[in-house]
Design a protein around this ligand. Sequence first.
Ligand SMILES: Nc1ncnc2c1ncn2[C@@H]1O[C@H](COP(=O)(O)OP(=O)(O)O)[C@@H](O)[C@H]1O
Ligand SMILES: [Mg+2]
Length: 363
Amino acid sequence: MNDVPSPMLIDGDENQKKDSFLKANNKGKSIVAALDSKPTPWVEKYRPQSLSDVAAHRDIVDTIDRLTSENRLPHLLLYGPPGTGKTSTILAVARKLYGAQYHNMILELNASDDRGIDVVRQQIQDFASTQSFSFGSKSSVKLVLLDETDAMTKDAQFALRRVIEKYTKSTRFALICNQVNKIIPALQSRCTRFRFAPLDPVHVVERLRYVIKVEGLDVTDSGLEALVRLSNGDMRKALNILQSTYMASQQITEEAVYLCTGNPLPKDIEQICYWLLNETFVESYKRISKMKTTKGLALVDIVREVTMFVFKIKMPSDVRVQLINDLADIEYRLSFGCNDKLQLGSLVSSFTRARSAILAAAK
Ligand SMILES: Nc1ncnc2c1ncn2[C@@H]1O[C@H](COP(=O)(O)OP(=O)(O)O)[C@@H](O)[C@H]1O
Ligand SMILES: [Mg+2]
């Protein structure tokens, strides 16, 4: 224990080092600025501040905007896949309602907070039942934001039902979740439901273009397409991939994006499918195996992408059905951690069988 230096000492050392470093350098000021400015994740930096900033979901956002303006906000239930703007929308509503007072008037609880039955009773009741002083803000109704409500226990949800009713006069509840079927019907019927669908590629591109312009990034057209393809309508994912690709390489190309996420490139998948459809069993097995190790690809990613590719190849429909079924089985087994080599063998043999079936059908 004795030889562990105290943290105080380390801090002191660091500061002294920094001081002397700054004194020695004429450009002390700019270095201080550089040390102070922490690189913020772009998902937070570009979180929509107002409702008009929220991309897509125009009808939902306009409805909520109108209700907010008229001070007739109902209890809300927003659901849909991650990264579609649910939390951002509610935070924008809170900003619009309370302005600078927004931190006093909103209680935010998410899945990382303890939300057992006691917390719902205590924390929410305390917040909801205290008198609110809303200096200058438009509304005196407070807002309880329950993020990831689907992770709350059933008991806590039942307790919440009663709390919602009791404090409706002074408080509005906004529930957010991914899967609406995990919310008990009694809660659902107390809220106005809005579904946030995955973002349309058009809106993802628009928002990405804005970030690219502000950050002054060098992104090729195919790089942008790759970002949209890999994000699958999840704006958070799109921004995260954009930022990590930018950190890895100056120019953001299709290849850089795929390399950064570890996904197989479309041209690699094309090559693999070509081997599967034309080479002998041994030869395709060998070549795919080699490509897997040199490019560091995961078999499960290959199987997923090859499956998408099978939809584009012309073949009799019964052969296609069988092949896709086989590929689904391989993916299933891989998810249980089965041996990669055996499953690769299984992949090649599914195609070998499909090829014989195609030949037989042609005769
Ligand atoms: N509709 C949207 N318009 C603009 N940015 C969005 C949108 N949806 C998500 N984002 C981006 O993704 C991040 C996460 O969004 P968030 O609202 O927390 O998603 P959710 O709560 O639906 O998982 C935001 O900080 C923002 O940068
Ligand atoms: Mg969220």
